[in-house]
Design a protein around this ligand. Structure first.
Ligand SMILES: Nc1ncnc2c1ncn2[C@@H]1O[C@H](COP(=O)(O)OP(=O)(O)O)[C@@H](O)[C@H]1O
Ligand SMILES: O=P(O)(O)OC[C@H](O)CO
Length: 500
């Protein structure tokens, strides 16, 4: 392969659409980004306009290509990564969406989930999909659309409707309706996909009243997803890689071996551990999901998510006016030697894994007359590391119960991973090195790598593992006894938040 080979990654996230041109070494050659408007029709509901998802994504791809100074013919392949679970339903003949996309954060399907739990389906669903029954996943969002949109069920039964997560919707548009496909890592987030057999779960489809004609065809994450129509980027380009954003980040962090873990510190935090071909159900509050697959060979990951990660810093900025920009939090927090006994549990919307306490609410405890806003900022920052430590502890327990080696390092990315104070405290609590890579755009990089493998730009994952390099390593400096004391204080604070 010539060294002037490039890959284009489309990264469709919750708050923005981004496109990045990478060179063969994984260096960013050009990047374009556009905000995506959020729609909140009623409390707990979150929607996106599917046409804006498509238009912003296309426009950033065109911009990134233009800025790169390359011609489309110099791009070897296109990779797609996306916000997961978000549900789109469209008409196969007109290509028009029937409704806004229902976003992963949307809670409208909670009553349907409660009914499934009450009817005793939890174990059956977890056994096949690896998931807990929750409105977060696509299944009950799709069920809601089919039940509430006039004529939708009839159209679906006539085979005229297409359901897709955001990757499917983008591919449908990029190929001008030639492909209705998805990859295993996105299918795994629908709560309709049997991740043991790598196939849609017909029994579950029947239970939820979902006609199989609406479903996309499922492929390995690195495979032929069709061609971008020449009308869009000036040439026909192969789409060779597709993965949900968190699985793409696991891939982009080169976590190819069982036991390797990455944590993405964005608005929330998403921690994934590669578990290889072995399907394991967590005994410690995590979910099992498909990792990106480069062949028909199944690959799994354990996943835990923290609902409020970097968002606690946004709250300091927008809710408390304690800082001007998110980056200011480091100086403020560093102006005091520690949090002075203050503990913050940012359970603004309940607590996710491993606690699963939807009713919990945020608390700040340990305030004295000497407490300043700096102590609160430090406690807020530390809460991100505490929550992530609880996830890693759960993963370590699962790994240990499965007879795996102890976790030896954590790879990090996402907006808040630039914060050195946070990363050092994370390493101190965990007692293992925290590694921040040179390229922190690991989500897009993962999609580019998946596409590059399919296009023959890279021979195998060993070659990709060589490209991954740390920019900085944070080594633990705190004694283990002190770290455990900290975690006990955190556990105590969580008990207070869940009792509130
Ligand atoms: N220096 C910083 N220290 C701590 N948090 C930060 C810093 N810079 C940005 N953040 C937080 O990172 C988050 C944005 O990260 P990003 O990866 O872009 O998130 P997302 O993909 O969820 O939109 C915001 O919640 C922001 O408050
Ligand atoms: O778009 P992000 O980065 O907020 O990620 C969203 C996740 O995929 C939701 O599961």
């Amino acid at each position: 392969m010539p060294s002037d080979t490039y890959l284009l990654a489309l990264d469709q996230g919750t708050s923005s659409s981004r496109s990045i041109v990478f060179d063969r070494q994984g260096q960013i050659h050009s990047l374009a980004q556009q905000e995506l408007p959020q729609i909140y029709p009623s409390p707990g509901w979150v929607e996106h306009d599917p046409q804006l998802i498509w238009q912003t994504q296309l426009s950033t791809a065109q911009q990134a290509l233009k800025q790169s100074g390359l011609t489309a013919a110099q791009i070897s392949a296109v990779g797609i990564t996306n916000q997961r679970e978000t549900t789109v339903l469209w008409h196969k003949q007109t290509g028009q969406p029937l409704h806004n996309a229902i976003v992963w954060q949307d809670r409208r399907a909670e009553p349907a989930c409660a009914a499934l739990r009450a009817a005793g389906h939890e174990a059956r669903i977890q056994h096949s999909t690896g998931l807990r029954i929750d409105a977060y996943f696509s299944a009950t969002k799709l069920q809601w659309l089919l039940q509430h949109l006039p004529g939708a069920r009839q159209l679906a039964e006539q085979g005229l409707l297409a359901f897709g997560t955001v990757d499917s919707w983008l591919i449908w548009n990029l190929t001008k309706g030639a492909k209705h496909v998805t990859d295993v890592s996105n299918a795994a987030r629908t709560m309709l996909f049997d991740i043991r057999r790598n196939a849609w779960d017909q029994e579950l489809l029947d239970l939820l009243g979902i006609p199989s004609s609406v479903l996309p065809q499922v492929q390995p994450s690195s495979s032929d997803f069709g061609q971008v129509h020449p009308a869009w980027l000036g040439a026909s380009l192969p789409i060779g890689g597709v993965a949900g954003d968190q699985q793409a980040a696991l891939f982009g962090q080169a976590c190819f071996d069982s036991g390797m873990i990455k944590n993405t510190y964005g608005t929330g935090c998403f921690m994934l551990m590669q578990t290889g071909a072995q399907f394991e159900l967590s005994g410690n509050g995590l979910i099992t999901t498909s990792a990106a697959q480069t062949s028909q060979q199944v690959q799994y990951a354990l996943e835990g998510s923290v609902f409020v990660g970097g968002a606690v810093v946004q709250w300091l900025r927008d809710g408390l006016n304690a800082i001007h920009t998110s980056g200011d939090v480091q100086n403020l927090a560093e102006s005091v030697p520690d949090s002075g006994g203050v503990m913050m549990v940012p359970a603004f919307t309940g607590l996710g894994a491993p606690y699963w306490q939807p009713e919990a609410r945020g608390t700040i405890t340990g305030i004295t007359r000497g407490t300043s806003i700096a102590h609160i900022a430090r406690a807020a920052l530390e809460s991100i590391a505490y929550q992530s430590t609880a996830l890693l502890d759960a993963m370590s327990r699962d790994a240990c119960q499965a007879g795996a080696k102890p976790v030896s390092q954590l790879r990090v990315d996402g907006g808040a991973s630039v914060n050195n104070l946070l990363m050092q405290f994370q390493a101190d609590l965990l007692g293992i090195p925290v590694l921040r890579p040179r390229i922190t755009e690991t989500t897009a990089l993962g999609a580019a790598w998946l596409a590059g493998l399919q296009a023959g730009v890279y021979a195998n994952t060993d070659e990709l593992a060589q490209l991954w390099q740390p920019e900085r390593q944070f080594l633990p400096t705190m004694g283990r006894a002190r770290a455990q004391e900290h975690m006990q204080q955190w556990d105590h604070a969580v008990r207070q938040a869940t009792a509130a």
